[in-house]
Design a protein around this ligand. Structure first.
Ligand SMILES: Nc1ncnc2c1ncn2[C@@H]1O[C@H](COP(=O)(O)OP(=O)(O)OP(=O)(O)O)[C@@H](O)[C@H]1O
Length: 280
């Protein structure tokens, strides 16, 4: 198991009976007037002197879909840990929009501020239906003035139906989530994140373990989200990255720093990237 699986999501006793806790996102005070949603400057993370991240500089624009690639141990997960407050940088600057200093906030506050993270392993409410999972995700968002057992209004039902179509689970809404395929669970969890309308979505290896057909459908899904959400995707599946990178930038991390950044074609042609990651 990866060391950062979501066991440490903020506790929310109201939902404890469901066995899983889930972040509540509340985008307040986010200032993206200059078009930048995430800004990392000179970030270093040292573990007993070993620099997992070494003077990393990276920024993401509002509405961008940024793919992050790089060899094992390059620092991709550690970077996501810094963004979500799981790991404190040893030095450097990390801002969400222009005014939210991520290095000063707890994981809970960062989730609340509007950064949603999906870990590699799906964590849906296995005993509940697909529809109920989306409903619970919405009700955990405290911007929605409702209680757990309140009836949904037509607007809320409409929103769930819209997400069901987007995540390709319309027609499956009454299935128990535990019976879904691995890929469907991943889509459901993406849908649960979307219910909470995060301003920045971080996806850690979303297609790991998926069939080819599921991977292709996930690429379609992310392409539909393009421009509507700001998304960072860490992924090793290069075919998938090619499908979703389109005109957006791809960042290659190596030894804790940015080795290359540019279009997929540019990074694929970069000799240094071929050397350390893509191979000849
Ligand atoms: N808590 C920690 N203590 C010590 N070393 C760590 C810790 N977390 C990460 N590292 C080291 O930091 C480096 C970067 O790890 P990280 O998991 O961020 O890489 P990654 O790019 O996500 O790799 P992968 O593609 O395998 O997921 C690795 O050498 C890893 O062993």
């Amino acid at each position: 198991m990866r060391r950062n699986e979501p066991s440490d999501r903020p506790d929310d006793s109201e939902y404890a009976e469901y066995g899983v806790t889930y972040s509540r996102l509340k985008p307040e005070g986010l200032d993206t007037a200059h078009g930048v949603i995430l800004y990392l400057e000179d970030i270093t993370v040292s573990f007993d002197g070993f620099k997992a991240i070494n003077k990393l500089n990276l920024d993401i624009s509002v509405g961008e879909l940024r793919c992050i690639i790089g060899p094992n141990g390059a620092g991709k997960t550690t970077m996501m840990d810094v963004i979500t407050g799981k790991t404190r940088p040893t030095s450097g600057t990390a801002f969400f929009g222009q005014s939210i200093d991520l290095t000063k906030l707890t994981e809970y506050e960062i989730a609340h501020a509007g950064i949603g993270r999906k870990f590699q392993r799906p964590t849906v409410f296995e005993q509940h239906t697909v529809f109920e999972n989306l409903e619970l995700a919405m009700k955990m968002d405290k911007r929605v003035k409702t209680t757990l057992f309140a009836r949904l209004n037509s607007e809320q039902i409409g929103k769930i139906e819209e997400i069901l179509r987007l995540i390709r689970l319309n027609g499956q809404e009454h299935r128990i989530a535990g019976l879904l395929s691995h890929g469907q669970k991943q889509w459901l969890e993406i849908g649960m994140l979307l219910m909470q309308e995060p301003q920045l979505i971080l996806l850690d290896e979303p297609v790991a373990g998926m069939s080819d057909a599921e991977t292709a459908r996930t690429a379609e899904l992310l392409n539909e989200l393009r421009g509507k959400h700001s998304i960072m995707v860490v992924e090793h599946d290069m075919g998938f990255v090619e499908e979703i990178a389109q005109g957006d930038k791809v960042t290659v991390l190596h030894e804790g720093s940015v080795l290359a950044e540019g279009s997929m074609q540019q990074v694929q042609a970069d000799e240094r990237v071929i050397e350390v990651y893509l191979g000849r």
